[in-house]
Design a binder for this molecule. Structure first.
Ligand code: PEP
Length: 255
């Protein structure tokens, strides 16, 4: 891993899965296999209700723990929402923002994204900002346009000096939870588009610190080949992050 410019980042998104006991078991198992975390960053995005217990078990290890969503205000009449400071209070150190299920199932619009990313940064949470095109957008040759629009909104309030704290996850909507992985070429092309946009926006030194993850049906048998793509700095894993037997080989993609 020494010749990589950026530290590999492998993250699991549990979505609304597992229960408390199985969550804690999984954290214990992964924590036991992590070592000092010097050569890779590993994190789980956990249902808010389990965050306090999960962060307590993860404590003392390099394992990152984050929320799957946040609202950008600190307090107020926002029934059902979780403020960034609340995530911090229960030990989270990061948050997913703009996951495709938030955008497409819960209809979160682009114009919330910049405020969410900013709120995460202001509360010491490391945002993983998710973007990606639908199948219709890909078939209509609109992938680049969609990615740039989503980057514009998410990075709207990010300053060059914050850039290194933000991670982008490229997750084509049609590849999430479908068993269909994007091809090496599709992944590389999208990641290059994203990198180019980041360089234009922040300049090379700051943009080069931002990691770009791929997500969409990552499994033990495709993790190595995805991580071998130069433009891929890490993986965001849904279904395969729910069990140690499938998540550990992904974390250990190079062993
Ligand atoms: C995800 O939840 O971000 C994801 C990529 O899911 P899956 O790996 O199950 O496709």
């Amino acid at each position: 891993m020494t010749n990589r410019a950026r530290k590999p980042y492998i993250a699991g998104n549990w979505k609304m899965n597992l229960d408390r006991a199985r969550s804690l078991d999984l954290i214990k198992t992964v924590k036991g296999r992590l070592g000092d975390g010097g050569d890779r960053e590993v994190a789980f995005f956990v249902p808010s209700i389990y965050l306090a217990d999960v962060t307590a078990v993860a404590q003392g290890s390099p394992l990152g723990v984050g929320g799957q969503n946040l609202w950008y205000e600190a307090n107020g009449a926002f029934t059902g929402e979780v403020a960034p400071r609340m995530l911090r209070e229960v030990g989270a150190d990061r948050a997913l923002i703009g996951h495709s299920e938030r955008r497409h199932v819960f209809h979160e619009p682009d114009d919330w994204m910049g405020r969410k990313v900013r709120a995460a940064l202001d509360n010491d949470l490391l945002p993983v900002y998710c973007i990606g095109e639908t199948l219709d957008e890909r078939k209509g040759n609109r992938t680049d346009r969609v990615l740039k629009r989503q980057l514009e909104s998410g990075f709207d309030k990010v300053r060059p000096e914050d850039a290194h704290r933000v991670t982008v996850a490229y997750e084509p909507v049609w590849a999430i939870g479908t068993g269909e992985t994007a091809t090496i070429d599709q992944v590389d092309q999208a990641h290059r588009t994203i990198r180019k946009w980041l360089v234009q926006r922040f300049g090379e030194p700051a943009a080069n610190l931002i990691r770009i993850l791929y997500g969409g049906s990552v499994k033990p048998d495709n993790a190595r080949e995805l991580m071998a793509i130069d433009s891929v700095d890490g993986l965001l894993v849904g279904g395969a992050s729910l069990q140690a037997e499938t998540f550990l080989p992904i974390i250990e993609f190079d062993r």
